[in-house]
Design a binder for this molecule. Sequence first.
Ligand code: NAD
Length: 256
Amino acid sequence: MSIHHPPVSVISGAASGIGRSTAEFLARQGHKVVIGHFAKDPHDPQHTLDLVTAAGGEGVILDLDVSSTESVDVFIHSAVEHFGAVTHVVANAGILRQAPMGQMDDASWDELLQVDLHGVMRLVRASLPHLARGSSIVATSSIVGGYYGWAEHAHYAAAKAGVIGLTRSLAVEFGPQGIRANAVIPGLIETPQSLDSVNSLGREGLKAAGDYIPWGRVGKPEEVASVIGFLLSDHASYLTGQELTVDGGLTVAMRG
Ligand code: NAD
């Protein structure tokens, strides 16, 4: 069995940020896109669908809570019903919370892991029966966990490091079936997540980061989306089990 044409990509967390830009990018590449929308968040998935349509593509908005196995299974079932296939998976949904270790109760730890790590596993697991030779999976990790620790964000770092181990293992397990799996490691990208000054850097912190990022500024969501698109595409046909870092040089810069 080889993959269905045109390709059909499911994207979690596609109502905002990197997921939204990825939907738009993939639509421009001829993918049909399934826009996973977490209804409890205020993001407008219609905006993503409008971008997809303006790019000449076709999309559908479906509810998705990656912390629920039932929701993920219904999402994939509905995606297949709508487009007749699922060929590519972008496991991108994530949350970021500040939590000093001394105040890290089990509920805070679980909530984050359920989305940022278990959610990736759930989306891939539900998609697998529909994937075939030529299919490709991309999961979103982070420089936190991928390279760095971050005080008061240990659960996030643990989840994002876990995404890398998970993705490598998928590459090994499904390589013989012609299915690739890779992770993208974004640096500091301006999105609703990083603009949140309680749990992340906020607007001022992102602006200041330009002083220590070699490229001189934080990234834009579309600059990660195009790398996700490359990893999904046949241009990356021999690339599997890897992480691609998109950070304007942040992690290779020696300071001091
Ligand atoms: P974002 O907040 O715009 O996107 C995250 C998306 O995930 C949102 O649309 C949100 O509604 C969705 N989501 C949250 N909980 C969910 C759930 N339970 N089920 C389904 N969807 C859910 O921020 P973003 O920066 O675009 O984040 C995308 C990914 O990139 C995340 O995994 C994030 O951790 C990662 N990342 C971001 C940065 C950055 O600097 N922005 C850096 C490294 C990694």
